[in-house]
Design a protein around this ligand. Structure first.
Ligand code: IVH
Length: 683
């Protein structure tokens, strides 16, 4: 065999292998190899393709994020129109739907299938001979946008179907969505960077798909689930369920749950069950879709103008509540961004009392025509942050007042600026007490330096009294000074000083996280500490050097370099060094007890948060993963554990309750019930 023929064979084998591992990881949540092994396979493939560029191909897993940014999306006509569904909020109408079907096809026996209705963006993928050739949005149902280069960046979408003899044409339709945790993180990053936040995961998803640069899309936490077909050539399915199973076998993700029944009554019951599971899905679920399972009946049932008669969507009422907007306060974040916050009449919503809601920025207040004193509807956006969805203008009395965004920082009276390309106002005074308070609270928080006894109210007092102007000055605090503070007894004063002293020994990655460098979260801090080993190496690193580190991109790189170029922060670092804070990485190798074990934490724990539990595992050399697979060593299940627990039990994994988990961590584990101080001071 020639070198080229050999390389061709090797390349094909590697592509198939990587495709299979991708599927095991993203679709089946049951990886067989480690991330490192996966990266090695990908690297071997890259090297071979570089050596034989003529063998490069778009179906290669190395080519997911490729090509130059587009000017605009090309319009494409759908081979089979993309219909939508008729919607209802009423169970009576579902009974009516059932009656109509039975009238149209009186002689047939059939079943219904119920699936969750995913609130994302509809997409149609076209596979020709098993290869992904096109991804098109719904558009007007007849013509959509060709967003192939963006959709290819979604790792769970196969570039090639896993069957060796795939059909000539397989068009699959489904929903692209942004997972709810990823959405919350993205908004946090955007807020820190002074960019506009997305109102909900669906908007974030739609906005991401409209980006013209696939490299940007690749950074967004997008995923997809498929539930229907378009054009088919060389394949057919008898039932909807059979189609779903085939899609899964091809390596496409399908709904994690569905129910079959031959009567509408049972479906009505299942709809309630599904609603109770609403918060367990990683996507926003806004209802259930009921479909006739037997596909050969579809023709007889036909279509109305826009939707098929064999399916209907039942939508759940959005979780909304009505309340009064009493005031709009301004929060100054750690990076100086001024965020308006709605102060509300407390109201119950989706199981919690809501007192505040985010307003994102001034533009949003104008867009929604929000006035102080208004009656407003609030909703949980992305299950997480409450937001004002609309103003009940008909309830206005004329006493409502226009809100004006301050031009100076309400915390320090200093200047603010709107940076180019940003929507947010930012306080530029690094000594601004609000920024300083947030910084110190973050530094002292559990995820960072974990300073016992240093909570939010104490931070406020320390800064307001002028005792502390940055985290380094904590180390110069004297007991007599502390004792002068409100509600500070002899014993708690001593404990605070002791807590501050003890924090000097925290691992370097915690210190680094505590410094509050923009875009450097816990994960990035751990990686930087591990790779650069000490602060001096980090301080002289440039962006290209930082970018060579796995999982460190240009945004983190630039932010780190900028941080260490600021005179004020350099002074603080020198002060921290002089105080004896640990700036050197300690290898955790050796025997910490949990090496080689992978944990998944779910539900709520009583003595710690899941994040803290994760820290303890990592500190002992173990790994923490977000999803349950057969490689999971232990599932730690707290109160109201849901789908992960069910999955773990299905896989026969060892499940630990909190007590057993603490026992496993070791007897030296001190129990504290105080939770980490929440960031965010309102003024
Ligand atoms: S079936 C011919 N199944 O909801 C109709 N649609 O409001 C094919 N959607 O247009 C659609 N989850 O974008 C179907 N399990 C599901 C769905 C679903 C979400 C979307 C889809 C549809 C819209 C209707």
């Amino acid at each position: 065999m020639t070198d080229k023929a050999k390389a061709k064979q090797q390349i094909e084998e590697l592509r198939l292998d990587i495709g299979r591992h991708n599927r095991l990881y993203y679709v089946d949540a049951a990886p067989e190899i480690t991330d490192r092994e996966y990266d090695r396979l990908l690297q071997s493939l890259e090297e071979l393709e570089k050596e034989f560029p003529e063998l490069e191909s778009l179906i290669s897993p190395t080519q997911r994020v490729g090509g130059a940014p587009l000017d605009r999306f090309e319009s494409v006509r759908h081979a089979v129109p993309m219909m939508s569904l008729s919607n209802t909020y009423s169970k009576e109408e579902l009974v009516e739907f059932d009656r109509r079907i039975r009238k149209l096809i009186p002689a047939e026996t059939f079943e219904y299938i119920l699936e969750p209705k995913i609130d994302g963006v509809a997409i149609s993928l076209r596979y020709e001979n098993g290869e992904l050739v096109r991804a098109v949005t719904r558009g007007d149902g007849t013509i959509g946008d060709n967003v192939t280069s963006n959709v290819r960046t979604i790792q769970s979408i196969p570039l090639r179907l896993s069957d060796m003899i795939p059909p000539a044409v397989l068009e699959v339709r489904g929903e692209i969505y942004m997972d709810t945790t990823g959405f919350a993180k993205l908004n946090e990053q955007r807020q820190d960077a002074g960019q506009e936040s997305f109102a909900n995961p669906r908007n974030a998803c739609a906005g991401s798909l409209k980006l013209l640069d696939p490299r940007e899309v690749a950074k967004r936490p997008l995923d997809a689930i498929f539930y229907a077909t378009g054009q088919l050539n060389g394949i057919s399915f008898e039932t909807h369920e059979q189609m779903l199973i085939s899609l899964k076998n091809y390596g496409l993700r399908i709904t994690p749950n569905y129910w079959l029944s031959d009567g509408i009554e049972e479906i009505l019951q299942r709809l309630d069950e599904l609603e109770n599971m609403r918060h367990q899905f990683p996507f926003e679920m806004d209802g259930g879709v009921i479909k006739v399972n037997e596909r050969q009946l579809y023709e007889g049932l036909g279509f109305t103008a826009k939707s098929p008669r064999w399916a209907v969507a039942y939508k759940y009422e959005p979780e909304q509540a009505e309340t009064t907007l009493h005031a709009i306060s301004i929060q100054v974040g750690r990076t100086g961004v001024l965020t308006p916050v709605a102060e509300l009449e407390p109201v119950q919503l989706a199981g919690t009392t809501v007192k505040r809601a985010t307003l994102h920025n001034e533009d949003e207040i104008r867009r929604k025509d929000i006035k102080i004193g208004d009656r407003v509807m609030i909703e949980k956006a992305g299950e997480i942050i409450p937001a004002i969805v609309k103003v009940l203008a008909e309830k206005r009395t004329g006493t409502e007042m226009e809100f004006v965004m301050p031009v100076i920082c309400p915390a320090c009276g200093g200047e603010t600026e709107k940076r180019e390309g940003e929507v947010a106002l930012r306080c530029i005074n690094l000594q601004c007490p609000a920024q300083v308070k947030n910084w110190i609270a973050h530094y002292a928080s559990r995820g960072a330096m974990d300073i016992n006894g240093l909570g939010e109210s104490l931070v406020v007092q320390l800064v307001d009294s002028g005792l502390v102007k940055n985290p380094a000055e904590l180390y110069a605090l004297k007991k007599v000074e502390v004792l002068g503070l409100e509600r500070m007894g002899e014993k708690s004063g001593e404990n605070l000083i002791k807590g501050i002293e003890e924090s000097k020994q925290r691992p370097f990655e915690k210190v680094l996280f505590g410094l509050g460098i923009r875009h450097v979260g816990k994960g990035a801090a751990a990686i930087l500490a591990h790779e650069l080993k000490n602060i001096d190496a980090l301080m002289v690193a440039d962006v290209p050097q930082l970018e060579t580190i796995r999982d460190i991109g240009p945004i983190v790189g630039k932010s780190v370099v900028e941080y260490f170029q600021t005179k004020e922060t350099l002074a603080v670092i020198n002060q921290l060094k002089a105080a004896g804070v640990n700036f050197k990485y300690t290898e955790t190798g050796g025997n910490n007890g949990l090496e080689g074990l992978t944990f998944v934490l779910t539900g709520s724990l009583e003595t710690m948060t899941r994040d803290e539990g994760g820290d303890k595992i990592r500190a002992r050399g173990g790994k923490v993963s977000g999803s349950v697979s057969k490689n999971t060593s232990y599932l730690v299940a707290g109160e109201s554990a849901g789908s992960k627990l069910i999955k773990a039990e299905g896989l026969g994994l060892t499940v630990l309750n909190e007590e057993q988990f603490i026992a496993l961590l070791g007897s030296d584990e001190k129990m504290e019930d105080q939770k980490a101080g929440q960031l965010g001071f309102g003024f």
